[in-house]
Design a binder for this molecule. Structure first.
Ligand code: ADP
Ligand code: MG
Length: 356
């Protein structure tokens, strides 16, 4: 088993695109680590650079403390699962799974044993003699995983392995993958553009944008306390409210926003400051009766059913604010409401840099 240590890493393509642009991060031994970011932010390039399929332009990559920056891919001790699985269509499932062992000249009898065992671990029993074309998407995905695991790498690199599955199968495969990683205890870097998938699976998440790291933290940290408005916008199944606000020069403990004010850990230092106020819909409380203390006041525009919760959109003096409520307490359009929040949930971002 092994950790990964990346320092000052840049990968520049021949056309000049800096797909990875000065990245520092450490993945701990046995960790399930997610790389999350929008399409084109450099996730695949970073994974391929760790695997040695792209060469690093700057910086170093260490795996299990040894510097592998210039080591050829086959000798880095990593196994990668590609987004399209890259199975060999003319080979059987068994041959696909044990191909990396054949390359290393492992004896056929040993390979057969590995194929049987790995197929068992990945619920592929009975499919070993089939060709990839005779398998469902979910089965192909597990064969690709089986091949990576059978190669006995120290590190598993997964590039959007669930993105080709339909919604229901994706959820099943997600649970399966989480359990498998926990059972094997193998250091895993998992690439996804799906924030819900990253939150559900990972021990820690690195949020990337334009080749750079925007935040690194546990799912709880990146959800509850996004370090900047980019991460705030990207994480969460209901969009975080980002509202223009003002901290008065002479009034501490509140920030004024359209439709009223919210409690906040302010530090105006005697001057008026304009900020972006970040508050998750899940952390606002909606009341239809009078409230005391700082609150936003407005009128319900629309409510959307999310299952057990409803997302209610409130017009606060021309600014739209989202708040989630238990589905059975959903107020009708036109209702006058007040919104309150605890101080700790109200985040203040610098209006020009977008950072906390
Ligand atoms: P992601 O996996 O996050 O979608 P990629 O790593 O595929 O992002 O791409 C990052 C950037 O690098 C994009 O701007 C993409 O167009 C560019 N890019 C990817 N592969 C190549 C390549 N082989 N040559 C030149 N530019 C590339
Ligand atoms: Mg990609």
């Amino acid at each position: 088993m092994a950790g990964i240590d990346i320092e000052g890493l840049a990968t520049v393509y021949p056309n000049g695109v800096r797909a990875v642009d000065g990245l520092d991060l450490q993945v701990a031994d046995g960790e399930f680590f997610a790389l999350l970011g929008p399409s084109g932010c450099g996730k695949t390039t970073l994974l391929r650079t760790i695997a040695g399929l792209e060469s690093a332009t700057e910086g170093t990559i260490r795996i299990d403390t040894s510097d592998v920056t210039r080591t050829e891919p086959g000798k880095r001790g990593v196994a990668m699962v590609f987004q399209d699985y890259a199975l060999f269509p003319h080979m059987s499932v068994s041959e696909n799974i044990t191909y990396p062992l054949k390359v290393r000249r492992v004896a056929a009898a040993t390979r057969h044993g590995v194929a049987e065992r790995t197929a068992g671990e990945l619920s592929l029993q009975g499919l070993l003699e089939r060709k990839p074309g005779q398998l469902s998407g979910g089965q192909q995905q597990r064969v690709a995983l089986a091949r990576a695991i059978a190669s006995e790498g120290k590190v598993l690199l997964l590039d959007e392995p669930l993105s080709n599955l339909d919604a229901r199968l994706r959820l099943e495969a997600r649970t399966f993958l989480k359990k498998l990683q926990r059972d094997l205890g193998i250091t895993t870097v998992f690439v996804t553009h799906d924030q819900a998938e990253a939150l559900a699976l990972a021990d820690r998440i690195a949020v990337m944008d334009s080749g750079k790291l925007r935040q690194l933290g546990s799912p709880r940290e990146v959800f509850a306390r996004p370090a900047n408005t980019f991460v705030a916008n990207f994480i969460g199944s209901t969009p975080m409210n980002l509202l223009p606000g003002k901290i008065a020069a002479d009034l501490d403990g509140v920030v004024s926003v359209a439709g009223g004010s919210l409690p906040a850990a302010t530090s105006s230092a005697g001057r008026e400051v304009e900020v972006t106020v970040g508050i998750r819909p899940e952390y606002l409380t909606l009341s239809t009766s009078d409230v005391t203390g700082p609150a936003l006041h407005g009128e319900v525009v629309v409510a959307e059913n999310l299952g057990t919760q409803s997302l209610v959109t409130v017009d606060c003096d021309g600014t739209l604010v989202g708040v989630t409520v238990p589905e059975e307490t959903e107020p009708a359009a036109g209702t006058s409401v007040s919104l309150t929040a605890p101080t700790t949930r109200v985040l203040l971002y610098n209006q020009s840099t977008g950072e906390l």
